[in-house]
Design a protein around this ligand. Structure first.
Ligand SMILES: Cc1cc2nc3c(=O)[nH]c(=O)nc-3n(C[C@H](O)[C@H](O)[C@H](O)COP(=O)(O)OP(=O)(O)OC[C@H]3O[C@@H](n4cnc5c(N)ncnc54)[C@H](O)[C@@H]3O)c2cc1C
Length: 444
Protein backbone atom coordinates (compact mmCIF):
# COMPACT_ATOMS: atom_id res chain seq x y z
CA UNK A 1 0.00 0.00 0.00
CA UNK A 2 1.25 3.52 -0.82
CA UNK A 3 2.25 5.49 2.28
CA UNK A 4 2.84 9.19 2.97
CA UNK A 5 5.41 10.38 5.52
CA UNK A 6 3.91 12.89 7.94
CA UNK A 7 5.93 15.74 9.43
CA UNK A 8 7.10 15.37 13.05
CA UNK A 9 4.61 17.05 15.38
CA UNK A 10 4.88 18.52 18.87
CA UNK A 11 2.40 17.30 21.45
CA UNK A 12 1.87 19.44 24.57
CA UNK A 13 2.14 17.35 27.75
CA UNK A 14 -1.29 17.07 29.37
CA UNK A 15 0.07 15.49 32.54
CA UNK A 16 2.44 13.04 34.16
CA UNK A 17 0.95 9.95 35.77
CA UNK A 18 1.91 6.73 37.55
CA UNK A 19 -0.61 4.70 35.55
CA UNK A 20 -2.32 5.48 32.23
CA UNK A 21 -5.32 3.36 31.29
CA UNK A 22 -6.27 3.38 27.60
CA UNK A 23 -9.95 2.57 27.07
CA UNK A 24 -12.78 3.37 29.47
CA UNK A 25 -14.92 0.26 29.02
CA UNK A 26 -15.80 -2.06 31.89
CA UNK A 27 -12.20 -3.31 32.14
CA UNK A 28 -10.57 0.12 31.88
CA UNK A 29 -12.88 1.63 34.48
CA UNK A 30 -12.09 -1.16 36.95
CA UNK A 31 -8.35 -0.81 36.26
CA UNK A 32 -8.29 2.98 36.69
CA UNK A 33 -10.40 2.98 39.86
CA UNK A 34 -8.35 0.19 41.43
CA UNK A 35 -5.01 1.91 40.77
CA UNK A 36 -6.33 5.33 41.90
CA UNK A 37 -7.73 3.96 45.16
CA UNK A 38 -4.35 2.47 46.00
CA UNK A 39 -2.78 5.92 45.63
CA UNK A 40 -1.52 6.01 42.04
CA UNK A 41 -2.03 9.16 40.01
CA UNK A 42 -4.07 7.78 37.10
CA UNK A 43 -5.10 8.94 33.61
CA UNK A 44 -8.18 7.22 32.15
CA UNK A 45 -8.40 7.84 28.41
CA UNK A 46 -11.56 7.07 26.43
CA UNK A 47 -12.25 7.85 22.80
CA UNK A 48 -16.02 8.19 23.21
CA UNK A 49 -17.79 10.88 25.23
CA UNK A 50 -18.84 8.43 27.93
CA UNK A 51 -17.54 5.40 29.83
CA UNK A 52 -18.63 1.77 29.75
CA UNK A 53 -17.66 0.65 26.23
CA UNK A 54 -19.79 -2.29 25.14
CA UNK A 55 -21.40 -2.42 28.59
CA UNK A 56 -23.96 0.37 28.81
CA UNK A 57 -23.21 2.75 25.91
CA UNK A 58 -22.77 -0.21 23.53
CA UNK A 59 -26.17 -1.54 24.58
CA UNK A 60 -24.98 -4.68 26.39
CA UNK A 61 -27.31 -4.93 29.36
CA UNK A 62 -26.58 -8.16 31.25
CA UNK A 63 -23.63 -8.87 33.52
CA UNK A 64 -22.80 -12.49 32.82
CA UNK A 65 -20.50 -14.69 34.90
CA UNK A 66 -20.59 -13.10 38.39
CA UNK A 67 -21.51 -16.45 40.03
CA UNK A 68 -20.88 -20.15 39.81
CA UNK A 69 -23.36 -22.80 40.91
CA UNK A 70 -22.30 -25.24 43.62
CA UNK A 71 -23.03 -28.96 43.15
CA UNK A 72 -26.03 -28.55 45.50
CA UNK A 73 -27.43 -25.80 43.25
CA UNK A 74 -26.53 -22.80 45.44
CA UNK A 75 -25.27 -19.72 43.54
CA UNK A 76 -21.97 -18.39 44.87
CA UNK A 77 -20.21 -15.20 43.81
CA UNK A 78 -16.96 -15.67 41.85
CA UNK A 79 -16.37 -12.03 40.88
CA UNK A 80 -16.29 -9.28 43.50
CA UNK A 81 -14.44 -5.97 43.87
CA UNK A 82 -15.29 -3.11 41.51
CA UNK A 83 -17.68 -5.31 39.47
CA UNK A 84 -19.68 -6.20 42.57
CA UNK A 85 -19.74 -2.55 43.62
CA UNK A 86 -21.29 -1.38 40.36
CA UNK A 87 -23.82 -4.23 40.35
CA UNK A 88 -24.86 -3.50 43.95
CA UNK A 89 -25.25 0.17 43.22
CA UNK A 90 -27.39 -0.57 40.15
CA UNK A 91 -29.53 -2.96 42.19
CA UNK A 92 -29.95 -0.40 44.97
CA UNK A 93 -31.37 2.11 42.49
CA UNK A 94 -33.68 -0.46 40.89
CA UNK A 95 -31.58 -0.49 37.70
CA UNK A 96 -30.53 -4.15 37.92
CA UNK A 97 -32.10 -7.44 39.01
CA UNK A 98 -30.96 -10.94 39.84
CA UNK A 99 -28.70 -12.83 39.84
CA UNK A 100 -30.57 -15.45 37.87
CA UNK A 101 -28.93 -18.86 37.32
CA UNK A 102 -27.89 -19.65 33.74
CA UNK A 103 -25.86 -22.63 32.47
CA UNK A 104 -23.85 -23.10 35.69
CA UNK A 105 -23.28 -19.34 35.95
CA UNK A 106 -25.47 -16.26 36.41
CA UNK A 107 -27.04 -13.35 34.53
CA UNK A 108 -27.82 -9.92 35.98
CA UNK A 109 -29.93 -7.71 33.65
CA UNK A 110 -29.34 -3.97 34.07
CA UNK A 111 -30.30 -0.68 32.50
CA UNK A 112 -27.57 0.42 30.03
CA UNK A 113 -28.00 4.14 30.64
CA UNK A 114 -27.80 3.63 34.41
CA UNK A 115 -24.57 1.64 33.91
CA UNK A 116 -22.99 4.51 31.96
CA UNK A 117 -24.05 7.03 34.63
CA UNK A 118 -22.68 4.78 37.36
CA UNK A 119 -19.32 4.77 35.53
CA UNK A 120 -19.38 8.61 35.50
CA UNK A 121 -20.00 8.74 39.23
CA UNK A 122 -17.40 6.12 40.11
CA UNK A 123 -14.70 7.76 37.99
CA UNK A 124 -15.43 11.28 39.24
CA UNK A 125 -15.39 10.13 42.88
CA UNK A 126 -11.68 9.26 42.65
CA UNK A 127 -9.48 12.27 43.43
CA UNK A 128 -6.40 10.53 42.00
CA UNK A 129 -8.07 9.86 38.67
CA UNK A 130 -8.06 12.30 35.75
CA UNK A 131 -10.52 11.50 33.00
CA UNK A 132 -9.86 12.26 29.32
CA UNK A 133 -12.99 11.83 27.17
CA UNK A 134 -13.15 12.20 23.39
CA UNK A 135 -9.49 11.21 23.57
CA UNK A 136 -8.14 8.63 21.18
CA UNK A 137 -4.82 6.97 21.92
CA UNK A 138 -2.94 7.11 18.63
CA UNK A 139 0.50 5.95 19.70
CA UNK A 140 3.00 5.37 22.44
CA UNK A 141 5.88 7.63 23.50
CA UNK A 142 9.10 5.69 23.11
CA UNK A 143 11.00 5.37 26.38
CA UNK A 144 14.08 3.46 27.48
CA UNK A 145 13.23 -0.21 26.87
CA UNK A 146 9.51 0.48 27.34
CA UNK A 147 6.84 3.01 26.41
CA UNK A 148 7.05 6.20 28.47
CA UNK A 149 3.49 7.28 27.87
CA UNK A 150 0.76 7.74 25.27
CA UNK A 151 0.00 10.16 22.48
CA UNK A 152 -3.66 11.07 22.36
CA UNK A 153 -5.78 13.07 19.96
CA UNK A 154 -8.43 15.36 21.41
CA UNK A 155 -10.28 18.45 20.32
CA UNK A 156 -7.55 20.91 19.33
CA UNK A 157 -4.94 18.33 18.38
CA UNK A 158 -2.36 16.05 19.91
CA UNK A 159 -1.46 15.78 23.60
CA UNK A 160 1.08 13.64 25.42
CA UNK A 161 0.37 11.63 28.56
CA UNK A 162 3.54 10.68 30.41
CA UNK A 163 3.19 7.53 32.51
CA UNK A 164 5.38 4.88 34.14
CA UNK A 165 2.97 2.00 33.45
CA UNK A 166 0.22 1.61 30.86
CA UNK A 167 -2.86 -0.62 30.89
CA UNK A 168 -4.29 -1.46 27.47
CA UNK A 169 -8.04 -1.83 27.98
CA UNK A 170 -9.00 -0.77 24.47
CA UNK A 171 -10.62 -4.12 23.69
CA UNK A 172 -8.68 -4.15 20.44
CA UNK A 173 -5.10 -4.17 21.86
CA UNK A 174 -4.56 -0.73 20.28
CA UNK A 175 -1.75 0.27 22.63
CA UNK A 176 -0.02 -3.10 22.42
CA UNK A 177 -0.15 -2.78 18.64
CA UNK A 178 1.46 0.69 18.75
CA UNK A 179 4.10 -0.57 21.18
CA UNK A 180 5.07 -3.33 18.76
CA UNK A 181 3.81 -6.19 20.96
CA UNK A 182 2.96 -9.49 19.32
CA UNK A 183 -0.76 -9.86 18.83
CA UNK A 184 -3.11 -12.78 18.20
CA UNK A 185 -5.83 -12.69 15.57
CA UNK A 186 -7.72 -15.98 15.66
CA UNK A 187 -8.60 -18.04 12.63
CA UNK A 188 -12.20 -17.19 13.48
CA UNK A 189 -13.62 -14.15 15.22
CA UNK A 190 -17.04 -13.71 16.78
CA UNK A 191 -19.67 -11.66 14.96
CA UNK A 192 -20.27 -8.09 16.05
CA UNK A 193 -23.86 -7.03 16.75
CA UNK A 194 -25.85 -3.81 16.97
CA UNK A 195 -27.82 -3.59 20.22
CA UNK A 196 -31.05 -1.60 20.48
CA UNK A 197 -34.10 -1.21 22.67
CA UNK A 198 -37.84 -1.22 21.99
CA UNK A 199 -40.35 0.63 24.14
CA UNK A 200 -44.13 0.64 24.50
CA UNK A 201 -44.25 -3.15 24.75
CA UNK A 202 -46.56 -5.22 26.88
CA UNK A 203 -43.42 -6.98 28.00
CA UNK A 204 -44.28 -8.92 31.13
CA UNK A 205 -45.19 -12.19 29.43
CA UNK A 206 -42.23 -12.39 27.09
CA UNK A 207 -39.55 -10.99 29.32
CA UNK A 208 -40.20 -12.42 32.73
CA UNK A 209 -42.58 -15.38 32.43
CA UNK A 210 -41.39 -16.88 29.18
CA UNK A 211 -37.84 -15.70 28.50
CA UNK A 212 -37.18 -18.47 25.96
CA UNK A 213 -40.09 -17.53 23.68
CA UNK A 214 -38.18 -14.95 21.62
CA UNK A 215 -35.36 -17.37 20.74
CA UNK A 216 -37.97 -19.99 19.79
CA UNK A 217 -39.72 -17.51 17.46
CA UNK A 218 -36.41 -16.49 15.85
CA UNK A 219 -35.58 -20.15 15.23
CA UNK A 220 -39.02 -20.90 13.76
CA UNK A 221 -38.68 -17.98 11.33
CA UNK A 222 -35.06 -18.65 10.30
CA UNK A 223 -36.13 -19.83 6.81
CA UNK A 224 -39.02 -17.38 6.51
CA UNK A 225 -38.37 -15.32 3.31
CA UNK A 226 -40.40 -12.46 4.79
CA UNK A 227 -37.56 -11.76 7.25
CA UNK A 228 -33.90 -12.49 6.53
CA UNK A 229 -33.16 -12.86 10.23
CA UNK A 230 -29.46 -12.60 11.07
CA UNK A 231 -29.58 -14.72 14.20
CA UNK A 232 -31.41 -17.88 15.26
CA UNK A 233 -30.82 -17.52 18.97
CA UNK A 234 -31.39 -14.15 20.57
CA UNK A 235 -32.85 -12.51 23.64
CA UNK A 236 -35.25 -9.81 24.74
CA UNK A 237 -33.77 -8.48 27.97
CA UNK A 238 -35.67 -6.36 30.51
CA UNK A 239 -34.15 -2.87 30.77
CA UNK A 240 -35.70 -2.39 34.24
CA UNK A 241 -37.90 0.30 32.74
CA UNK A 242 -41.60 -0.40 32.29
CA UNK A 243 -42.65 -1.63 28.83
CA UNK A 244 -39.10 -1.59 27.43
CA UNK A 245 -36.74 -4.38 26.29
CA UNK A 246 -33.19 -4.55 25.01
CA UNK A 247 -33.00 -6.59 21.80
CA UNK A 248 -30.06 -8.93 21.23
CA UNK A 249 -30.75 -10.41 17.80
CA UNK A 250 -28.46 -8.89 15.16
CA UNK A 251 -25.28 -10.40 13.79
CA UNK A 252 -23.13 -8.47 11.37
CA UNK A 253 -21.29 -9.59 8.25
CA UNK A 254 -20.27 -7.32 5.39
CA UNK A 255 -22.08 -9.57 2.93
CA UNK A 256 -25.01 -11.92 3.31
CA UNK A 257 -25.95 -13.72 6.49
CA UNK A 258 -23.85 -16.78 5.55
CA UNK A 259 -20.67 -14.70 5.10
CA UNK A 260 -17.91 -14.43 7.72
CA UNK A 261 -18.19 -11.93 10.58
CA UNK A 262 -17.37 -8.28 9.88
CA UNK A 263 -13.86 -7.57 11.17
CA UNK A 264 -13.89 -4.42 13.28
CA UNK A 265 -10.08 -4.25 13.13
CA UNK A 266 -10.37 -3.50 9.39
CA UNK A 267 -11.39 0.15 8.85
CA UNK A 268 -13.40 -0.39 5.66
CA UNK A 269 -15.25 -3.37 7.11
CA UNK A 270 -15.97 -1.41 10.29
CA UNK A 271 -17.56 1.36 8.22
CA UNK A 272 -19.81 -1.04 6.33
CA UNK A 273 -20.61 -2.95 9.52
CA UNK A 274 -22.12 0.16 11.13
CA UNK A 275 -24.46 0.66 8.17
CA UNK A 276 -25.40 -3.02 8.10
CA UNK A 277 -25.98 -3.01 11.87
CA UNK A 278 -28.51 -0.19 11.60
CA UNK A 279 -30.21 -1.91 8.63
CA UNK A 280 -30.57 -5.06 10.73
CA UNK A 281 -32.05 -3.04 13.61
CA UNK A 282 -34.92 -1.90 11.35
CA UNK A 283 -35.44 -5.42 10.01
CA UNK A 284 -35.38 -7.18 13.39
CA UNK A 285 -37.62 -4.47 14.92
CA UNK A 286 -40.21 -5.16 12.20
CA UNK A 287 -40.06 -8.87 13.06
CA UNK A 288 -40.47 -8.12 16.78
CA UNK A 289 -43.50 -5.88 16.16
CA UNK A 290 -45.19 -8.34 13.78
CA UNK A 291 -44.41 -11.65 15.49
CA UNK A 292 -43.63 -11.28 19.19
CA UNK A 293 -46.76 -11.21 21.38
CA UNK A 294 -47.19 -7.90 23.21
CA UNK A 295 -44.84 -5.90 20.92
CA UNK A 296 -47.33 -4.80 18.22
CA UNK A 297 -47.31 -1.15 19.31
CA UNK A 298 -43.63 -1.04 20.29
CA UNK A 299 -41.03 1.20 18.64
CA UNK A 300 -37.23 1.45 18.57
CA UNK A 301 -36.44 3.73 21.49
CA UNK A 302 -32.63 3.64 21.36
CA UNK A 303 -29.90 2.28 19.08
CA UNK A 304 -26.31 1.94 20.29
CA UNK A 305 -24.14 4.67 18.70
CA UNK A 306 -21.77 2.02 17.35
CA UNK A 307 -21.69 -1.72 16.75
CA UNK A 308 -20.80 -3.95 19.67
CA UNK A 309 -17.51 -5.73 19.00
CA UNK A 310 -16.96 -9.10 20.61
CA UNK A 311 -13.49 -9.87 19.26
CA UNK A 312 -10.68 -8.35 17.22
CA UNK A 313 -7.09 -8.70 18.43
CA UNK A 314 -5.62 -9.80 21.73
CA UNK A 315 -2.09 -9.53 23.06
CA UNK A 316 0.11 -12.58 22.91
CA UNK A 317 0.87 -12.89 26.59
CA UNK A 318 3.27 -14.88 28.72
CA UNK A 319 0.39 -17.37 29.01
CA UNK A 320 -2.57 -17.77 26.66
CA UNK A 321 -5.86 -18.98 28.11
CA UNK A 322 -7.33 -21.81 26.01
CA UNK A 323 -10.57 -23.75 25.66
CA UNK A 324 -8.97 -26.57 27.70
CA UNK A 325 -8.48 -24.25 30.67
CA UNK A 326 -12.20 -23.54 30.66
CA UNK A 327 -13.54 -27.03 30.14
CA UNK A 328 -11.10 -28.43 32.72
CA UNK A 329 -11.80 -25.64 35.25
CA UNK A 330 -8.13 -24.54 35.11
CA UNK A 331 -6.35 -23.53 38.31
CA UNK A 332 -3.14 -21.44 38.34
CA UNK A 333 -0.69 -20.44 41.10
CA UNK A 334 -0.65 -16.88 39.71
CA UNK A 335 -4.45 -16.61 39.33
CA UNK A 336 -5.80 -13.06 39.62
CA UNK A 337 -9.43 -13.57 38.53
CA UNK A 338 -12.01 -16.31 38.13
CA UNK A 339 -15.04 -16.95 35.96
CA UNK A 340 -17.75 -19.49 35.34
CA UNK A 341 -19.39 -18.27 32.13
CA UNK A 342 -19.56 -21.01 29.47
CA UNK A 343 -17.86 -20.74 26.11
CA UNK A 344 -20.50 -18.82 24.16
CA UNK A 345 -19.24 -18.86 20.61
CA UNK A 346 -21.27 -17.06 17.98
CA UNK A 347 -20.90 -19.41 15.04
CA UNK A 348 -22.13 -19.63 11.45
CA UNK A 349 -25.75 -20.42 10.63
CA UNK A 350 -27.12 -17.88 13.11
CA UNK A 351 -26.29 -20.24 15.97
CA UNK A 352 -24.48 -20.05 19.29
CA UNK A 353 -22.30 -22.91 20.52
CA UNK A 354 -22.33 -23.36 24.31
CA UNK A 355 -19.67 -25.35 26.18
CA UNK A 356 -20.05 -25.18 29.94
CA UNK A 357 -17.46 -25.43 32.71
CA UNK A 358 -17.69 -28.82 34.46
CA UNK A 359 -20.78 -28.84 36.74
CA UNK A 360 -20.13 -27.06 40.03
CA UNK A 361 -16.78 -25.66 38.90
CA UNK A 362 -15.18 -22.47 37.60
CA UNK A 363 -11.86 -21.51 36.04
CA UNK A 364 -9.15 -18.99 36.89
CA UNK A 365 -7.21 -16.47 34.82
CA UNK A 366 -3.45 -16.31 35.48
CA UNK A 367 -1.65 -12.97 35.80
CA UNK A 368 0.60 -14.02 32.90
CA UNK A 369 -2.40 -13.59 30.52
CA UNK A 370 -2.21 -9.83 31.17
CA UNK A 371 1.53 -9.50 30.46
CA UNK A 372 2.58 -9.08 26.82
CA UNK A 373 5.60 -11.02 25.69
CA UNK A 374 8.68 -8.83 25.19
CA UNK A 375 7.15 -5.36 25.76
CA UNK A 376 7.74 -3.97 29.25
CA UNK A 377 5.71 -1.38 31.15
CA UNK A 378 2.42 -2.59 29.67
CA UNK A 379 -0.49 -4.78 30.83
CA UNK A 380 -3.67 -5.79 29.01
CA UNK A 381 -7.13 -6.14 30.57
CA UNK A 382 -10.62 -7.05 29.40
CA UNK A 383 -11.33 -8.61 26.05
CA UNK A 384 -7.79 -8.02 24.72
CA UNK A 385 -5.90 -10.11 27.31
CA UNK A 386 -4.15 -13.20 26.01
CA UNK A 387 -6.75 -15.86 25.16
CA UNK A 388 -7.61 -18.05 22.19
CA UNK A 389 -10.80 -17.46 20.25
CA UNK A 390 -12.68 -20.22 22.11
CA UNK A 391 -11.44 -19.09 25.53
CA UNK A 392 -12.39 -15.50 24.76
CA UNK A 393 -15.89 -16.69 23.88
CA UNK A 394 -16.21 -17.17 27.65
CA UNK A 395 -13.71 -14.70 29.09
CA UNK A 396 -15.05 -11.62 27.26
CA UNK A 397 -18.10 -11.21 29.51
CA UNK A 398 -18.45 -8.13 31.68
CA UNK A 399 -17.74 -9.67 35.08
CA UNK A 400 -14.43 -11.22 34.07
CA UNK A 401 -13.41 -8.15 32.04
CA UNK A 402 -13.85 -6.07 35.20
CA UNK A 403 -12.00 -8.65 37.31
CA UNK A 404 -9.00 -8.62 34.94
CA UNK A 405 -9.24 -4.80 34.88
CA UNK A 406 -9.00 -4.69 38.66
CA UNK A 407 -6.03 -7.08 38.54
CA UNK A 408 -4.23 -5.05 35.86
CA UNK A 409 -4.86 -1.73 37.66
CA UNK A 410 -3.60 -3.16 40.94
CA UNK A 411 -0.49 -4.67 39.33
CA UNK A 412 0.18 -1.42 37.45
CA UNK A 413 0.03 0.48 40.76
CA UNK A 414 2.53 -1.90 42.38
CA UNK A 415 4.88 -1.73 39.37
CA UNK A 416 4.75 2.09 39.31
CA UNK A 417 5.29 2.43 43.07
CA UNK A 418 8.17 -0.08 43.15
CA UNK A 419 9.60 1.18 39.84
CA UNK A 420 9.70 -2.35 38.41
CA UNK A 421 8.37 -3.99 35.26
CA UNK A 422 4.85 -5.43 35.69
CA UNK A 423 6.24 -8.92 34.99
CA UNK A 424 8.42 -8.55 38.11
CA UNK A 425 5.46 -7.80 40.43
CA UNK A 426 5.20 -10.27 43.33
CA UNK A 427 2.15 -12.40 42.54
CA UNK A 428 1.59 -13.14 46.22
CA UNK A 429 1.48 -9.44 47.04
CA UNK A 430 -0.81 -8.77 44.08
CA UNK A 431 -3.21 -11.54 45.10
CA UNK A 432 -3.26 -10.25 48.69
CA UNK A 433 -4.06 -6.66 47.67
CA UNK A 434 -6.74 -7.90 45.27
CA UNK A 435 -8.51 -10.00 47.90
CA UNK A 436 -8.15 -7.21 50.48
CA UNK A 437 -10.10 -5.06 48.01
CA UNK A 438 -12.95 -7.49 47.47
CA UNK A 439 -11.71 -9.42 44.43
CA UNK A 440 -12.35 -13.17 44.44
CA UNK A 441 -9.74 -15.57 43.12
CA UNK A 442 -10.73 -18.77 44.92
CA UNK A 443 -14.16 -19.87 46.14
CA UNK A 444 -15.66 -17.61 48.84
C1 LIG B 1 -23.28 -7.38 21.13
C2 LIG B 1 -22.62 -7.87 22.38
C3 LIG B 1 -23.37 -8.50 23.34
C4 LIG B 1 -22.76 -8.91 24.54
N1 LIG B 1 -23.54 -9.47 25.53
C5 LIG B 1 -23.00 -9.64 26.76
C6 LIG B 1 -23.82 -9.98 27.86
O1 LIG B 1 -25.03 -10.15 27.73
N2 LIG B 1 -23.23 -10.09 29.08
C7 LIG B 1 -21.88 -9.91 29.26
O2 LIG B 1 -21.41 -10.02 30.41
N3 LIG B 1 -21.08 -9.61 28.21
C8 LIG B 1 -21.61 -9.44 26.99
N4 LIG B 1 -20.81 -9.08 25.94
C9 LIG B 1 -19.37 -8.94 26.16
C10 LIG B 1 -19.00 -7.69 26.93
O3 LIG B 1 -19.95 -6.67 26.79
C11 LIG B 1 -17.67 -7.11 26.46
O4 LIG B 1 -16.75 -8.09 26.05
C12 LIG B 1 -17.05 -6.30 27.58
O5 LIG B 1 -17.95 -5.30 27.98
C13 LIG B 1 -15.72 -5.77 27.10
O6 LIG B 1 -15.21 -4.83 28.01
P1 LIG B 1 -13.80 -4.16 27.71
O7 LIG B 1 -13.70 -3.03 28.66
O8 LIG B 1 -12.74 -5.19 27.71
O9 LIG B 1 -13.88 -3.65 26.20
P2 LIG B 1 -14.85 -2.59 25.52
O10 LIG B 1 -16.19 -2.62 26.11
O11 LIG B 1 -14.71 -2.82 24.05
O12 LIG B 1 -14.20 -1.20 25.92
C14 LIG B 1 -13.04 -0.70 25.29
C15 LIG B 1 -13.07 0.81 25.40
O13 LIG B 1 -11.88 1.33 24.86
C16 LIG B 1 -12.19 2.43 24.05
N5 LIG B 1 -11.10 2.54 23.06
C17 LIG B 1 -10.82 1.69 22.05
N6 LIG B 1 -9.75 2.12 21.37
C18 LIG B 1 -9.32 3.25 21.99
C19 LIG B 1 -8.26 4.15 21.76
N7 LIG B 1 -7.41 3.97 20.76
N8 LIG B 1 -8.14 5.23 22.57
C20 LIG B 1 -9.01 5.44 23.61
N9 LIG B 1 -10.03 4.60 23.87
C21 LIG B 1 -10.19 3.52 23.08
C22 LIG B 1 -13.53 2.11 23.44
O14 LIG B 1 -14.21 3.27 23.01
C23 LIG B 1 -14.22 1.42 24.62
O15 LIG B 1 -14.92 2.32 25.43
C24 LIG B 1 -21.38 -8.70 24.73
C25 LIG B 1 -20.62 -8.08 23.74
C26 LIG B 1 -21.23 -7.66 22.58
C27 LIG B 1 -20.41 -6.95 21.56
Amino acid sequence: METIRLPALDAPVAGEFDVAVAGGGAAGLAAAISAARLGSHVALIELEGLLGGNAGPGGVSTVCGMHWVEPGGKMRRIVGGVAEEIVQSLKNSGSAAGPFPFKGSSVIPFNPWAFARECDEMAMAEKNLRLFLHARVIGVIAGVGKPAGLVIHQVGGLRAIKSSVIVDATGDAEVARSAGAELRRGEHIMYPSMMFSMANADSAEVLWRNPGLFAKLLDEHWDDPEYRLPRREGALIPTMRPREAQVAATRITVGGRDDPPADAAEPDQLTLAEIEGRRQVDEVARFVREIVPGFKESYVSHVAPRIGVRETLTILGEFTLTENDIINAGRFPDAVAANSWPIEDHIAGGKTEWIECPPGKFYQVPYRCLIPQKVDGLLAAGRCFSATHKALASARTIAICMATGQAAGTAAHIAAREKIAPRKVSVKNLQQILTDNGAIIERE
